[in-house]
Design a protein around this ligand. Structure first.
Ligand SMILES: Cc1cc2nc3c(=O)[nH]c(=O)nc-3n(C[C@H](O)[C@H](O)[C@H](O)COP(=O)(O)O)c2cc1C
Length: 202
């Protein structure tokens, strides 16, 4: 099978991409509006970028009407955010926060998700998240225009919270304790419980 992505509709290209580029880590992103209203939403077009300087990226695309989502609107107004990682026990709450709420309504309040103040940025972090990255906006890079066009957010990582219970005796994060989930296509997810090792050549 051969797909000609130069003629495929954005919607179909999106469906093929999310069901082949996987598993994807999930950034559960908290932001705040200028008038102090909090927002929380999941984004799985998400990756680390580099450690010098410590940088990550995630991608809020425009909605089907071609409008910007609340997360990007907030970051454009208040250029700070927290990327919280999602453990298996937080999966259902994470999924709830993908709901379409009116701009200004807080997913923290609507779904009873406990927040706690961040250390270096104004948006709060998810209290139960195993890891939270506090970030300042580095830049937004736009791809395309209209529905599903991308606003790629690059964030400078300022502070990282790792719950003490997630650490192994040597002080490093224990992947089994973190128990993170990843997004597959559509509504499917995967756990990170099935680990194996592989030697890397010199
Ligand atoms: C696991 C998961 C991953 C998602 N990843 C993305 C993504 O990478 N980009 C995107 O624009 N929307 C993504 N969404 C959809 C957004 O979360 C959804 O549109 C949400 O309403 C946006 O909220 P906001 O308007 O408060 O920012 C994802 C949803 C889920 C459940």
């Amino acid at each position: 099978m051969l797909l000609d992505f130069t003629t495929t509709s954005p919607r179909d290209a999106y469906l093929w991409m999310i069901s082949t580029i996987m598993p994807r880590p999930i950034a559960w992103v908290s932001t705040i509006s200028v008038d102090g209203r909090t927002n929380l939403a999941p984004y799985s077009f998400f990756q680390g970028v580099c450690a010098n300087p410590p940088t990550l990226m995630f991608v809020p695309v425009n909605n089907r009407q071609g409008e910007k989502k609340d997360t990007i609107r907030n970051i454009e107004a208040v250029p700070e955010f927290v990327v919280n990682l999602v453990s298996h026990d937080l999966g259902l709450q994470m999924s709830q926060t993908a709901a379409l709420l009116p701009h200004g309504d807080s997913e923290f309040e609507k779904f009873g998700i406990a927040s706690t103040p961040a250390t270096t940025v104004r948006p709060p972090r998810v209290a139960a998240a195993p890891v939270s990255f506090e970030c300042s906006l580095d830049r937004i890079v736009h791809f395309g225009a209209g529905p599903l066009a991308a606003n790629v957010v690059f964030g400078r990582i300022l502070t990282v919270h790792v719950a003490d219970a997630m650490l192994s005796p040597d002080g490093k994060p224990d992947p089994i304790k973190l128990d993170l989930i990843g997004r597959m296509g559509g509504e499917e997810y995967t756990t990170t419980r099935d680990l194996f090792t592989m030697e890397r050549p010199d």
